[in-house]
Design a protein around this ligand. Structure first.
Ligand code: IPE
Ligand code: IPE
Ligand code: MG
Length: 258
């Protein structure tokens, strides 16, 4: 039996040990990608991947709360995702309803604030009502603020912000020359939330896909081939550790480099 002991010993990677928990990113954004391929690889319908992906979101959001991440923003459904086959879109909406109903029951206990970002107009009245309920409960809580982007597009968000600013000008609340970067940020869905420090994209694609175009101007990007349903705490540790090795300069120079 003795030699077998060594054959089966797996070198475990201490992913938590790679993270400095005293200087975590304040705000992590994640593009929840790879659900369809995860399911396809298992011979399952794409929608099975969305189901498991929703569970992964729950695990990661709770863990982010536990370690003290203040803001988590996830991309769950884009303005472009309506191009998908109707049955896939319908299933995603059914899953969203299920998720919202569960969240309404558990949010207070879990102390995770859920907020929705995007244009909710095309959602059913029932979904809109559940979204409003979640937003209202969140206002009473204090835990990690999880923003779920539904029917969200970075360009659409900017157009929406510009239209609201133009309207405020028209009714005399503000003057065009008063527009600053800070003022424009206040017209975005993300008003009041600091910009993401770290943007994670699982699923192997190396693109932003219209996510937080304004807010990610100086975010650190982390790409991984791991598909979202397989995303684990270990993978999150790896992403945070990679972020902590980066030198953020915001156009300036690194301290001590002159
Ligand atoms: C992300 O997974 C979820 C949504 C866009 C709704 P995908 O459905 O894009 O999965 P892949 O990229 O096809 O594997
Ligand atoms: C981005 O994933 C949108 C979401 C995860 C909600 P997509 O799968 O839609 O992005 P592309 O089509 O690969 O760029
Ligand atoms: Mg995809």
């Amino acid at each position: 039996m003795k030699p077998m002991k060594f054959a089966f010993r797996k070198k475990s990677e201490d992913t938590a040990g790679q993270v400095d928990f005293s200087r975590l990113p304040r705000h992590i954004a994640v593009i929840l990608d790879g659900n369809g391929r995860w399911a396809k690889r298992r011979g399952l319908p794409r929608t099975a991947g969305h189901k498991v992906g929703a569970e992964t979101f729950r695990t990661i959001a709770t863990y982010c709360r536990d370690i003290g991440i203040e803001y988590l923003t996830v991309y769950a459904f884009s303005t472009e995702n309506w191009k998908r086959p109707k049955d896939e879109v319908d299933t995603i909406m059914v899953l969203l309803k299920k998720y919202l109903l569960e969240a309404i029951d558990t949010m207070e206990r879990d102390n995770v604030r859920l907020r929705f970002m995007g244009d909710m107009t095309p959602l059913s009245d029932e979904l809109k009502e559940l979204v409003d309920q979640c937003n209202a409960i969140s206002r009473r809580l204090t835990g990690c603020l999880c923003s779920i982007c539904i029917n969200y597009g970075g360009r659409a968000e900017l157009v929406h912000a510009a239209a609201r600013f133009a309207e405020d000008c028209r009714v005399g609340l503000v003057k065009p020359e008063e527009l600053t970067e800070e003022a424009l940020s206040g017209y975005l869905y993300s008003a009041g939330i600091p910009d993401p420090d770290l943007l994670i994209r699982p699923g192997g694609e190396v693109r932003q896909s219209n996510f937080l175009l304004w807010q990610c101007a100086y975010s650190e990007f982390y790409f991984t081939d791991v598909l979202w349903p397989d995303f684990s705490k270990d993978e999150l540790h790896r992403a945070i550790a990679a972020y902590q090795r980066r030198s953020r300069r915001f156009g300036g120079l690194q301290e001590g480099s002159t």
